[in-house]
Design a protein around this ligand. Sequence first.
Ligand code: OAD
Length: 237
Amino acid sequence: MKKIVVLSGAGMSADSGIKTFRGAGGLWEGHAITDVATPEAFERDPALVLRFYNARRRQLDEVQPNAGHLALAALEKFYAVSIITQNVDDLHERAGSSRIIHLHGELRKKRSTRNSNLIEAWTEDLAPGDPAPDGGYWRPHIVWFGEEVPMMEDAAAEMAYADLLIVVGTSLVVYPAAGLVHYAPSHARIFVVDPNRPAMNWMTHGITFIEENAAEVLPRLVESLIREVSHPTSGIT
Ligand code: OAD
């Protein structure tokens, strides 16, 4: 089975109704990213940060995977598919994808401020000072700016075996995640799905850009990729 790696970002979930980060004049749901997505912000104003992430987590109950998520899940019958996502929502899981690496954490999980390996399901709103069993406090299991990205190594290892890479809905401005594309082997075909072509400071020849929304493009793209393995002569180029 050929291997397909998907690198997804906020645009992947935009068609499900979750706002992207850099869409509205640099504000994310009305907040500057630095006011809600840094360890300094959490130290300065934990109530604000927790209110923000409590709302993000609750929003998951109101949204559904879109046709793009579902299409990627359908690929698994025909390809070995790994999804590397910068998203903290659970829409790839709910669509049925089985191999998912969350680079920036997960809204359905909380972790201790003392031991970052103490991670539990996050099911109720958190308040400042809610105690974790190790003497620390609970915080969202989210990688904030300036923090390490522990899943990078696993993600780079997946990338290295890609026969085909689909980059979808990411502005590719946040590192180290954006650097992952460099780990794809040179023979890998690359598709970039985004209505606004991301700025790339890497070789773009041989890349197919599809400048439309994920929920429209991915079902089409997946259909042709499936056709390619079922009828090898009629595939896309
Ligand atoms: P951005 O908000 O930076 O970029 C979203 C991308 O999605 C843009 O390139 C949009 O053009 C594109 N887009 C919008 N609607 C789309 C649609 N319907 N279909 C496809 N693409 C669409 O989000 P990310 O690149 O994911 O990190 O941001 C990376 C990281 O920065 C996030 O994981 C988050 C953020 O701050 C942390 O929270 C640590």
